[in-house]
Design a binder for this molecule. Structure first.
Ligand SMILES: NC(=O)c1ccc[n+]([C@@H]2O[C@H](COP(=O)([O-])OP(=O)(O)OC[C@H]3O[C@@H](n4cnc5c(N)ncnc54)[C@H](OP(=O)(O)O)[C@@H]3O)[C@@H](O)[C@H]2O)c1
Length: 334
């Protein structure tokens, strides 16, 4: 009898995800009722926010309940349908959950989107450059950062899924772009292949001096993905009336430490700091995806995926995000 393997949230993590936190279970495949479709998950998107969803703290969506299937974005292919809008073979993207099969009714709070077939795009692009992380880069930088040609943009976690796209959009807008990342190899990739003007490895002891040298005219826009010491070093070099796009604070997600920087510089430099959640821009996704797709087709956006093979490796893959073990978009292939 065919079964569905699922990761269930069994306890709340203290730091990284351990086997006690996500338990692998197996149950019979659900029967497809009238108005439903069953989709087999092909790819799961690994997102730092999954660690936030596991915690019982106030957040932008309800935390995942203990005993529930872990929430996750994924790309799935319809294998059986009794739903008027979906047919066998359709590819869908949405909150599939951390499981092998998703039962879809079309009435989900956050609906599934049918993916178009576009020759120069592969399935994994819909989870990265044209998916949540690409859209996050697009709206965060353009709507909050409001980059102007000639300005200096600094992006942290710059070789990750979001940061690598932010930097390239910054270049399209005519900015001087400096990335901060956790290895020399990552720094080389964003500079040599993605066209960043400079890259700083924050694991080098003299990285703050290197950041200063890379930003001789100060910093106008901070696209902040990390928080803590990295954010502080960037704030220290911000120009008057600079903009801080508060996208993420990943250095604090696995700790009690909230990863904030001191707000003294915000006051002194009259900075504008604005947090955002990509769901705020849902009504404008289509137009943004078209622009991102166009840039990708023109070769102005390059991307990379780190692909972990095997559903059972998903918990380890989530931890990779906090260990800097990915370059570009981290995906689990089933
Ligand atoms: N606001 C929103 O709606 C929204 C949507 C999507 C993502 N985000 C945020 O955007 C950020 C990036 O997410 P992503 O999905 O694109 O992940 P990602 O950048 O592909 O992966 C995370 C990267 O963060 C870096 N990192 C992890 N722990 C760190 C630490 N303690 N100090 C410095 N760097 C650290 C690692 O790279 P290194 O090797 O460079 O350390 C790691 O590869 C996260 O903060 C995430 O929460 C926000």
């Amino acid at each position: 009898m065919p079964t569905n393997r699922q990761f269930i949230l069994s306890s709340r993590p203290k730091d990284l995800v351990t086997p006690e936190v996500l338990k692998l279970t197996e149950s019979p495949l659900p029967t497809v009722a009238e108005g439903q479709a069953l989709a087999r998950v092909k790819y799961l998107s690994m997102d730092p926010t999954m660690r936030i969803w596991m915690a019982d703290i106030p957040q932008y969506m309800p935390p995942v309940g203990l005993g529930e299937v872990m929430r996750a974005f994924g790309l799935a292919e319809v294998v059986e349908s009794r739903h008027p809008d979906y047919k066998k073979g359709d590819k869908l993207m949405g909150l599939t959950g951390l499981q092998e099969y998703a039962l879809i009714s079309g009435k989900e709070a956050r609906g599934f989107q049918k993916l178009p077939s576009i020759p120069f795009l592969s399935d994994v692009n819909f989870l990265g450059t044209l998916g949540i992380t690409g859209l996050t880069a697009y709206f965060g930088l353009l709507e909050i950062g409001k980059p102007q040609s000639g300005e200096t943009l600094v992006v942290s976690a710059a070789a990750g899924a979001t940061g690598s796209i932010v930097g390239q959009i910054g270049k399209i807008q005519g900015c001087r772009v400096v990335g901060i990342a956790g290895s020399d190899e990552k720094c080389k990739w964003i500079q040599d292949e993605l066209g960043f003007d400079a890259a700083v490895n924050y694991k080098h002891p003299d990285w703050k001096a290197k950041l200063s040298a890379a930003t001789p005219n100060g910093i106008d826009i901070d696209f902040e993905n990390v928080g803590g010491e990295i954010m502080q070093a960037v704030l220290d070099r911000m120009n008057l009336h600079g903009r801080v796009v508060l996208c993420g604070l990943i250095s604090g997600y696995t700790k009690q430490d909230p990863a904030l920087a001191s707000f003294g510089q915000v006051l002194i430099k009259r900075l504008r700091v604005e947090g955002f959640i990509i769901l705020d821009y849902a009504s404008k996704y289509m137009d943004a995806a078209k622009q991102l797709g166009m840039w990708k087709m023109m070769g102005k956006l390059k991307d990379k995926q780190t692909i972990v093979k095997g559903f059972e490796k998903a918990p380890e893959a989530i931890n990779m995000l906090f260990q800097g073990a990915n370059t570009g978009k981290l995906i689990v292939e089933l």
